[in-house]
Ligand binder design. Sequence first.
Ligand code: F6R
Ligand code: ZN
Length: 167
Amino acid sequence: VASSWRLSQLEHLFCDRAAFGARLADGDEVVYRVEDVDGPGRDAQLGRAVTTIEPGDVGGEFFMTRGHMHAVRRDEVYVGLSGEGVVLMTDGERGAAQELSAGASVHIPAGWAHRTVNVGATRLRFLAVYHRDAGADYEWVRRRGMGAVVVADGETYRIDASRKTAA
Ligand code: F6R
Ligand code: ZN
């Protein structure tokens, strides 16, 4: 099973309305897609999914996933496959950010919402290993935001924790 998310479906992720409109006028491109990796175990407790985030930004805010909290508070592991990314995490009070690159892994503790941001010039691909009973609560992130945004800063990136509005 695969799902893909286009720019027009992700307007709420970006702070800069004018920059969003300008980028969308250039075309409703796919920002990211998620493919489940199937195995023989119908009742498997662990699921796998590969996410591909295209390179790009809206007024300096890099392309990112919607972000979610697991409805059942389970932990998860991401393994970087290619590209350069940052995983933003928050438990609603504290925030954390970890880099994701090929061969690196990130552990997302239970009870921490997570969003992945492509901070590089190439596609970011990573494998997620998750509990299949965890579910995903997107409203949690829409209401509270992630506590920070990841913005371009010259050739690199900066985590701006003063812009808490982007959900
Ligand atoms: C599963 C997981 C990833 C994300 C994927 C897309 O628990 O964290 O497979 O689902 O990277 O991000 P969202 O789901 O936030 O659109
Ligand atoms: Zn998750």
